[in-house]
Design a protein around this ligand. Structure first.
Ligand SMILES: C[S@@+](CC[C@H](N)C(=O)[O-])C[C@H]1O[C@@H](n2cnc3c(N)ncnc32)[C@H](O)[C@@H]1O
Length: 216
């Protein structure tokens, strides 16, 4: 945690290389601007649903995004969660409202700022702008979440190898913040059909698979 400086309520490392993931400057600036000015930031916000105008804004603002994790709410509630690749904070917001202690890690500075803006009223949500291969933190977590992230990781992490489990296992910084009872939960959107939660990954040594995984 010492390598980060809190700037505008986001933990920033110094000398971070640029991180290119983006839905496009116009879309992301629109999201940052509208979310920053919104009064109702909640998961079910009609105000935010009202500014959806295309697929990317639907993805980041739809109240339905939280449905992915609702079946797991009793498992997630109150837990310390590391969310890898928080994007624009749609899932982060849900976790914060559920009462989780969330550390949202996002490689893109603009997306980290959007996550912060979406969760600015939730003091139990912290945001770090860093790539997960250089991430450091001095606390561990009950649950590590990856929602739609591993598919893109090889674009940004040189060590990301073949297969998602191997990719995560290669990140010692993530292994450092896991404890033997930590659970790892990832979601990879299918090419077609409804979203499914993927199999748990036996990725980090000592990791305990999450047993309750809805398949529908
Ligand atoms: C498809 S988006 C999913 C965002 C979010 N999880 C959601 O479901 O709305 C993938 C996100 O992972 C982030 N990401 C990808 N590789 C990363 C890395 N190595 N470190 C940190 N963030 C990363 C991207 O910047 C992007 O915001």
């Amino acid at each position: 945690m010492n390598k980060y400086t809190l700037i505008q309520d986001i933990y920033m490392p110094s000398g971070r290389p640029p991180f290119a993931y983006s839905d496009g400057e116009v879309t992301e600036n629109y999201l940052l601007d509208r979310i920053s000015r919104a009064d109702d930031l909640s998961v079910g916000s009609a105000e935010l649903a009202g500014i959806i105008r295309d697929w990317p804004t639907l993805y980041h603002l739809s109240p339905a995004r939280a449905d992915l994790l609702r079946p797991l709410s009793s498992i997630l509630k109150g837990k310390r969660i590391l969310e890898l690749g928080s994007g624009c904070g749609a899932i982060t917001r849900y976790l914060g409202e559920l009462g989780c202690q969330v550390l949202a890690l996002e490689g893109s500075e603009r997306r980290a700022r959007i996550t912060r803006a979406r969760c600015r009223d939730l003091s139990q949500v912290q945001v770090v702008c860093d790539s997960w291969d250089s991430f450091e933190w001095d606390h561990d977590f009950d649950i590590i979440l990856l929602i739609g992230v591993l598919e893109y990781s090889s674009l940004f992490v040189k060590s990301a190898g073949i297969g998602p489990a191997r990719k995560i296992a290669q990140f010692p910084h993530i292994a450092d913040v896991c404890r033997p009872s930590s659970e790892l939960l990832r979601h990879a959107p299918p090419r077609s059909g409804p979203p499914v939660l993927d199999e748990p990954l036996p990725a980090v040594p000592g990791y305990k698979p999450l047993n309750i995984i809805p398949k529908e």
